[in-house]
Design a protein around this ligand. Structure first.
Ligand code: 5GP
Length: 195
């Protein structure tokens, strides 16, 4: 998936606090060709598992998750950050997720109807930083009595603690690209594959 890496190198902008902005092609304006390749990369890695559902969190996870869902030919489900008025509290699985970029905590919800004990769920997100979003989604899958087949990430910031946290929890993580370090002053991005 060198194309995603090259686009990050070309168009990525580094912000203070280890935040990488790539919203010209990944999570605001979306390059469908990159998304299709990301969906394919997730399928190449997890395609031999019996995955029955893809789960993500709104809004940035939706694009990669739907591309993966097309490839796996399973439904895609996303956690909402606010409970719709049409969904009663006792009809939803709920978890708390702290947002790395927004510095706020959301109570994320998934309708109980859409996930069952028989599901094998692949969790997908755009970025992995400290693992908060992935951990909240894992919590929801487990509340439903379903199994976590793995976590698929578009861009992993390997210098933050999310990967370690998920590895320690025995969750398989596959990331399309892994970033070893980013430097705000030099606007430099070093990928793990660079060394
Ligand atoms: P985590 O939950 O692993 O701490 O952080 C991942 C979540 O925060 C993702 O859902 C993503 O939307 C957001 N995020 C974390 N780091 C970055 C970043 O460097 N850039 C952008 N655009 N989003 C990030």
């Amino acid at each position: 998936m060198s194309y995603l890496r090259e686009r990050i190198r070309r168009d990525g902008v580094i912000y203070p606090g280890n935040v990488l902005k790539i919203d010209s092609f990944l999570n605001h304006q979306i390059d469908p060709k990159i998304m299709r390749e990301i969906g394919e990369a997730f399928y190449e890695h997890f395609g031999d598992r019996k995955i029955t559902k893809i789960l993500t969190i709104e809004s940035s996870g939706i694009a990669p998750a739907i591309m993966a869902a097309v490839r796996f030919d399973v439904p895609m489900l996303f956690a909402k950050k606010t409970r719709p008025s049409t969904l009663k509290a006792d009809e939803a699985y709920v978890s708390e997720v702290y947002s790395y970029t927004k510095k706020t905590t959301s109570t994320v919800v998934v309708p109980k109807d859409y996930i069952s004990g028989d599901d094998a769920v692949l969790i997908i997100d755009d970025f992995l930083a400290n693992g908060e979003a992935a951990s909240g989604l894992i919590d929801i899958v487990r509340q439903a009595g379903a199994s976590v087949a793995g976590v698929g990430i578009c861009v992993e910031k390997s210098f933050q603690k999310g990967r370690e946290r998920l590895d320690a929890a025995g969750i398989e993580v596959y990331s399309v690209v892994r970033i070893r370090e980013i430097n705000y002053e030099r606007q430099e991005i070093v990928f793990r594959e660079d060394h």
